[in-house]
Design a protein around this ligand. Structure first.
Ligand SMILES: Cc1cc2nc3c(=O)[nH]c(=O)nc-3n(C[C@H](O)[C@H](O)[C@H](O)COP(=O)(O)OP(=O)(O)OC[C@H]3O[C@@H](n4cnc5c(N)ncnc54)[C@H](O)[C@@H]3O)c2cc1C
Length: 267
């Protein structure tokens, strides 16, 4: 199974014109930031003089680690900061097994990877990229699905984006909301943006209509909106349904699933 997935990935890189020998490079952990109890950001810089490959906000890299038993495992992590610096940033949620084993790679990264360690990281890849900057944008995420959205928001802020942007995010609680300060700060930098956050476990002073799961009822969805969604499948199904009800064209809802894409198969 793992080999089949690796073969598929190599074919995808080949389609992008990336030679097999160019896919993987060593990156050194330059800094590690504990974002929440279960989420850490790893800032990476090339371990040699290889120029850092360019990427588009929303794209991800594959990270290859060697586990304690010698097995090599590969997982994908979205780049959580905008292009424009030699550093790359991934923000990883530790997957805790509730009744089943802990997630192998996220646990390894959290428990073993520190400043100065090397990680084997692929060139960037992925189709969830901001392509419709003339349209009203809606950037919706839940949980650790905020990572590509943060890169998009930072990019829009850096570029001085003037168009309307609606930011929507749901999380268990403010304390669980990784990159929360940046999420708020970057939305505030945009001249025509509004941000809405929902928490299942609310904080003091939070309006009642922002308690619970993300609900677009009452949020203005402008005509011609292009929506970018990233989060768990139930979240994306619910938000997509509300967007279609609000008149967004199915083709204008762009999404990324942090795992096998079972959306179409199971809907
Ligand atoms: C395009 C893309 C971008 C992504 N971006 C991010 C990101 O920015 N940040 C982020 O944190 N994640 C991201 N992910 C998810 C990430 O790639 C991993 O899937 C995630 O870190 C879990 O990997 P893991 O090795 O820790 O868990 P795994 O070992 O793969 O385990 C996953 C789940 O399976 C369960 N499990 C494992 N073994 C068993 C078993 N024997 N029986 C029953 N259950 C079992 C575990 O309990 C766990 O719940 C992204 C994924 C994709 C596809």
């Amino acid at each position: 199974m793992a080999n089949a997935l690796i073969a598929i990935e190599e074919r995808l890189y080949a389609q992008q014109g990336v030679l097999a020998g160019d896919v993987w490079h060593e990156w050194e952990v330059d800094a590690r930031v504990e974002e929440t109890e279960d989420v850490a950001t790893f800032l990476l810089r090339p371990a040699d003089d290889t120029p850092a490959p360019d990427f588009r906000p929303g794209q991800y890299v594959s990270v290859q680690v060697e586990l304690a038993d010698g097995a090599r495992q590969i997982r994908q992590y979205s780049l959580s900061r905008a292009p424009g610096s030699r550093l790359r940033s991934i923000t990883v949620k530790r997957v805790r097994g509730q009744g089943s084993p802990d997630g192998e790679v996220s646990r390894h990264l959290h428990e073993h990877i520190r400043v100065g360690d090397l990680l084997r990281v692929s060139v960037p890849y992925g189709d969830l990229v901001l392509d419709h900057l003339d349209a009203p944008l809606l950037l919706a995420s839940a949980g650790i699905g905020c990572t590509p959205v943060l890169a998009m928001l930072e990019h829009l802020a850096q570029e001085g984006h003037q168009g309307p942007v609606t930011v929507v995010h749901g999380d268990r609680s403010p304390a669980d909301h990784a990159l929360r300060t940046d999420h708020v700060r970057l939305a505030e930098k945009l001249p025509d943006a509004e941000a809405h956050f929902w928490y299942e476990v609310p904080e003091a002073g939070q309006p009642a209509n922002r308690t619970g799961l993300v609900d677009l009822d009452g949020i203005t969805v402008r005509p011609g909106t292009h929506a970018y969604l990233c989060g768990p499948l139930p979240f994306m199904r619910a938000v997509r349904a509300q967007l279609l009800e609000a008149g967004v064209r199915p083709a204008d809802v762009h999404y990324e699933v942090f795992g096998p894409d079972l959306w179409l198969a199971s809907s």
